[in-house]
Design a protein around this ligand. Structure first.
Ligand SMILES: [Zn+2]
Length: 558
């Protein structure tokens, strides 16, 4: 006990000195308590869902399953346990080890895996219950794994690495000599913090790369535009994607007589102008993130003007005549096919590009609402039904997707073409309004899924030269999946146009995982990363970015 106290006191000076280069947040991962939860399924045989993992499930896969891997899809998180210790965390289809098992979660289950089963955690299964505990050995394991990422640290990092190793060995010796776990933990926590800082310092930080932050300004805070630029500066980000058109309202004051109304909270200010002025002064590009066919959630019925009240006749209708998207939180969309909708929206984009020195305009929700069944699909407004019928001889609402296969395929292509014609026009009119502007789109990363699910053919837009940049929304908890989906997309489109990978720290994964995803997206050959979103970044993630992959300033290179 005395020995431990002396050791701990002796480390304080060195620790402070070593930390000056990294300043990691004070929150170290340490909890001696055992957490447990209920397993919803073990080795499921009903595989209606990939791997048999359904909504909010926590599934146990053991070697008894007879499968070599879990077979799950990317929309979850899973910990691989060998000899009672978590050896890795991944998103999907993990190998099932012969000397262990995999715990795989979706939704609430995934949250539990990410929160309670980090690498190094001791895990056991008792009946229907899985128990996890961060032990001193877990912390030793974590420190060693982090140090292994940086075999040859230099300068301050070398000092920190040596100190982390010293703390690990001293804590281990203290434990062997009978020191209580709780008394040895502070040393190990310090070792992990140091080892983490060493691992971040070892991550490359190229000086040419796009680093973007999507963000929504706080409408009740007049300083939010200034703060957004300051946040980008602190992180060495070089692009901001401020949500400029959303809920069929803008953050900026109207630029023309028929412009969309300004969001109430921003009235009397021009946050877009502030971001452009301040951002450009610091080498930060501003790309106006604009939501196109999605015009708002149900709460836009707040007495303020929106397209819902200004042009109710433009609203998209599903096959059952409903205005709210059944698969998307009852969102409202405008009809993605009507010429007057296109003209109105194109004028909004043009107006922005003429009035503001924007570096880019990003098209988001440049698609139909997602549909699981044909009845959930859009749009069956009078215009769409009449126009398609005049061309194809059939009312699309009366088509049976199974019986009328050819006409149904034609109906799908017809819808896809409406979105495509919008993108083509947007590209040409935006370039006419502001030569050199970068027109990008935020898209479903898998080019096939984007067409079948959303009538969003970004592959075609890319091949035709109607996009200058693609931002794939690769929001998932793992790094391997980000790399795979990005490699596939790049293989198909080449580097024309370049791809920036959209990563989803809002999903709540760890700072370490965010760094791994950035490294994965670089390895795949992208020109940068866009993070969704600035608002969602935790202090740990911010620290990891500014001491790791974004520690050097970079030019966008676009
Ligand atoms: Zn329509």
């Amino acid at each position: 006990m005395v020995r431990f106290r002396l050791l701990a006191a002796g480390t304080v000076f060195l620790l402070t000195a070593a930390l000056t280069f990294a300043a990691p947040p004070a929150t170290a991962v340490s909890s001696g308590a055992t957490t447990s939860t209920i397993i919803t399924k073990t080795n499921p045989t009903d595989r209606t869902y990939p791997g048999g993992r359904g909504e909010n499930d926590l599934v146990l896969y053991t070697p008894d399953s007879g499968s070599t891997s879990t077979g799950t899809n990317p929309y979850g998180a899973e910990s691989v346990v060998r000899a009672g210790v978590v050896v890795s965390i991944d998103g999907n289809d993990s190998p099932i080890p012969a000397d262990g098992f995999v715990v795989s979660g979706h939704g609430e289950g995934a949250e539990w895996v990410l929160d309670c089963m980090p690498v190094g955690a001791e895990v056991s299964v008792k009946g229907k219950r899985v128990l996890a505990r961060i032990t001193p050995q877990s912390l030793v394991y974590q420190a060693e794994q982090l140090l292994a990422k940086s075999p040859k640290p230099e300068g301050d990092a070398a000092t920190s690495a040596a100190l982390a190793r010293e703390l690990v060995s001293k804590a281990s010796a203290a434990l062997a000599a009978g020191t209580k776990e709780a008394d040895a933990r502070p040393m190990l926590d310090e070792a992990v913090v140091l080892a983490r800082a060493v691992s971040y310092a070892a991550v490359a930080s190229p000086t040419t790369e796009g680093r973007a932050l999507w963000l929504r300004l706080d409408r009740d805070n007049p300083k939010s535009a200034h703060q957004a630029v300051e946040s980008a500066r602190a992180l060495n980000a070089n692009m901001l994607f401020p949500e400029t058109i959303y809920w069929s309202r803008t953050i900026n004051p109207p630029v023309e007589a028929d412009s969309m109304p300004q969001h109430k909270g921003h009235r009397g200010t021009d946050p877009l102008r502030t971001m452009i002025d301040e951002g450009h002064a610091h080498g930060i590009e501003i790309h106006a993130w604009c939501e196109i066919f999605f015009i708002g959630p149900p709460k836009i019925q707040d007495g303020e003007p929106s397209l819902l009240t200004m042009h109710p006749e433009w609203l998209a209708l599903d096959r059952l005549g409903r205005r709210n998207a059944n698969t998307e939180e009852n969102f409202f969309y405008v009809c993605p096919a009507r010429p007057e909708v296109h003209e109105f929206l194109l004028r909004q984009l043009e107006g922005l590009a003429k009035a503001y020195e924007l570096d880019g305009v990003q098209l988001d929700y440049i698609r139909y609402p997602g549909a699981v069944t044909p009845d959930d699909g859009f749009c069956y407004c009078d215009y769409c039904r009449k126009t398609f019928k005049a061309e194809a001889g059939a009312d699309p609402r009366k088509l049976d997707p199974k019986r009328d296969k050819e006409l149904w395929a034609r109906w799908n292509t017809w819808r896809e073409d409406r979105v495509t014609s919008f993108v083509q026009a947007a590209h040409s009119r935006l370039h006419a309004a502001r030569p050199g502007i970068v027109v990008s789109a935020a898209v479903v990363p898998d080019p096939e899924e984007s067409v079948t699910g959303k009538h969003q053919n970004w592959l075609r837009w890319s091949q035709k030269g109607w996009l200058d940049l693609v931002c794939t929304m690769a929001y998932r908890p793992d790094a391997k999946g980000v790399e795979n989906v990005t490699r596939e997309a790049l293989e198909i489109i080449g580097q024309k146009p370049p791809i920036m990978v959209g990563l989803g720290p809002f999903l709540g994964f760890s700072a370490d995982r965010l760094i791994e995803q950035i490294e994965a997206s670089r390895a795949a050959g992208t020109v940068g990363q866009a993070l969704f979103s600035e608002n969602a970044l935790t202090p740990e993630q911010r620290n990891a970015l500014s001491t790791g992959p974004w520690k050097n300033k970079a030019k966008t290179g676009l």
